[in-house]
Design a protein. Structure first.
Length: 267
């Protein structure tokens, strides 16, 4: 309670609002049936039924509306609290007065971590920078500050968390960097490759039948190898601006990533 007798808004409420208003990271449910369909799979005209469809993960990155609201509160690139000119970029935190700054949505996720905008990144560097930002931006560190700065901290921290989880995952990083290039990733598009669908069906059945961790770990290693293969294929296609090929890589990564998740749940 402040001197005017009004209750301050609890920090937990501010953080919940920030997380609701900011980016939403959601991976669509992959609907797939293990019912054998071999009589269709041998057909060159095979088209998978709707229950076999596996859409690209639904990744909705950082609300544009919310970014606009934050950008309006920025002070022409200087600190809102002390008017200091930032010494380094990105300007999420003022080194002069140690105030958390409002979100600037012209800064992409790669810039937040000081990375070049390229698909292949050093995960070690990403984690180290993430920890550094959390030491400066974590909302618990500004609990005694003004409501304004507490909101900035909740917003910035939520965005950094989202950026970290997006970039550290090969699939979500691929989707994100494609969207930065203005390439639309159709989240409803499905594959009609009978060979791939047969492979996924057999793997899923093997996962369901597995009774020991050794077998599951072997399948997990196989999925990780396939993910690495298609991740490298995506990197090459993206670098050469072969975006149709890059989209195909994303679709296949989606299938293998989902199977990998199912294996991890059973381990």
């Amino acid at each position: 309670m402040n001197k005017s007798g009004k209750l301050r808004k609890p920090f937990s409420a501010i953080l919940r609002r920030a997380l609701r208003t900011t980016c939403h990271f959601e991976v669509s449910n992959y609907i797939y049936t293990s019912t054998p369909q071999s009589r269709f799979l041998n057909s060159s005209s095979f088209s998978p039924p709707s229950e076999w469809r596996c859409p690209v993960p639904n990744l909705s990155f950082w609300s544009k509306t919310f970014c606009s609201e934050s950008a309006e509160r920025a002070h022409n690139g200087t600190c809102w609290n002390c008017d200091a000119v930032p010494k380094t970029a990105p300007f999420l935190f003022c080194e002069s007065c140690r105030s958390v700054q409002p979100v600037d949505c012209s800064v992409d996720y790669f810039q937040i971590f000081g990375l070049a905008k390229r698909y292949e990144i050093e995960d070690r560097n990403l984690e180290g920078k993430y920890k550094d930002w959390q030491k400066k931006l974590h909302p618990d560190l500004v609990h005694s500050k003004s409501e304004r700065e507490r909101e900035y901290a909740a917003e910035q921290s939520a965005r950094v968390i989202e950026a970290y989880h997006t970039l550290r995952n090969a699939l979500s990083r691929a989707i994100y960097i494609m969207r930065l290039e203005g390439v639309d990733v159709n989240e409803e598009e499905t594959l009609s490759d009978p060979q791939l669908l047969t492979e996924i069906m057999e793997i899923r059945e093997a996962v369901e039948d597995a009774t020991d961790s050794q077998a599951l770990n072997q399948m997990k290693s196989m999925m990780q190898e396939k993910l690495m293969h298609w991740s490298k294929s995506f990197a090459s296609a993206f670098q050469n601006q072969k975006f149709d090929e890059a989209l195909t890589c994303i679709q296949r990564m989606t299938y293998y990533d989902r199977v990998n998740e199912e294996i991890e749940k059973k381990l």
